[in-house]
Design a protein around this ligand. Structure first.
Ligand SMILES: Nc1ncnc2c1ncn2[C@@H]1O[C@H](COP(=O)(O)OP(=O)(O)OP(=O)(O)O)[C@@H](O)[C@H]1O
Ligand SMILES: [Mg+2]
Length: 240
């Protein structure tokens, strides 16, 4: 079975040079399938963000393979990866990375415009995504004039605009209050129910409860995975 939207095979990532090198990931394999939301949990420094940036093609593994929709990211080259990021992968960063000089609509439309979608259409798509996350009334506001939760919604809208198939979210609920955080997870869940694959990094068990599976990382290895009886690495969900 190889219809995974995301597949990591024996991925390692080393930061820095010997003798001070840090092994952020040491042989991680895992996959996410259409319709599935996978939570990644683990202590600070266990490699969660490293895993996500590699899955999103923002960083490259030291060894191992990463494929998105069956395409090996290493074979794509820099330009191909950039295109893949704009068209197939939605990324919600641990910091939000909204552009302060752009309105909510402009922030959301940007990846589409970069991909050559005509501005008028990109804006229409952006407004639809803002509507989906419940803040169409803030379409013309700048990030600095929004609450943290509203900014978070803009970041989610930017990650889902254009029907992207893989949504990667690194602590997308940040410092939000419980209710706003649950709203964000509901949006991610809905996107996955509509057919996308999602990977959600979170510290909170109650957020992981929205996921179909939880992958636990410790010191750069997968130490456990719920919904399976194997404690090491495991990629195929039972019935898909
Ligand atoms: N650019 C870098 N240079 C050197 N070491 C790095 C770099 N990025 C990450 N690391 C190291 O790699 C390990 C994994 O970091 P990572 O950011 O993936 O952890 P994390 O699980 O996301 O932690 P947190 O929960 O605090 O966000 C850590 O030991 C970290 O210090
Ligand atoms: Mg992190």
């Amino acid at each position: 079975m190889n219809n995974a939207v995301l597949r990591l095979t024996d991925v390692t990532r080393t930061h820095g040079a010997a003798p001070h090198e840090v092994l952020a990931l040491r042989g991680v394999s895992f996959a996410a399938y259409p319709g599935e939301l996978v939570a990644v949990m683990g202590p600070s420094g266990s490699g969660k963000s490293t895993l996500l940036t590699i899955a999103g093609g923002l960083d490259q593994p030291s060894s191992g393979e990463v494929s998105v929709e069956g395409v090996d990211l290493a074979r794509l080259g820099q330009e191909g990866r950039a295109r893949m990021r704009r068209t197939s992968i939605g990324y919600v960063f641990q910091g939000l990375n909204l552009i302060p000089a752009l309105t909510a609509t402009e922030n959301v439309a940007l990846p589409r415009e970069l991909d050559g979608v005509a501005p008028r259409r990109a804006r229409a798509e952006a407004r639809r995504a803002l509507e989906e996350v419940g803040i169409l009334d803030l379409a013309d506001r700048f990030p600095d004039n929004m609450s943290g939760g509203q900014q978070q919604r803009v970041a989610i809208a930017r990650a889902v605009v254009g029907e992207r198939r893989l949504i990667l979210a690194d602590e997308p609920t940040g410092a939000l209050d419980t209710e706003t955080g649950e709203g964000i997870l509901q949006l991610l869940r809905a996107r996955c129910d509509a057919g996308a694959a999602g990977v959600l990094v979170t510290h909170e068990a109650r957020h992981a409860a929205w996921a179909d599976r939880v992958v636990f990382l410790r010191d750069g290895v997968v130490v456990d995975e719920t919904g399976t009886d194997r404690a090491d690495v495991l990629t195929e969900p039972a019935a898909r």
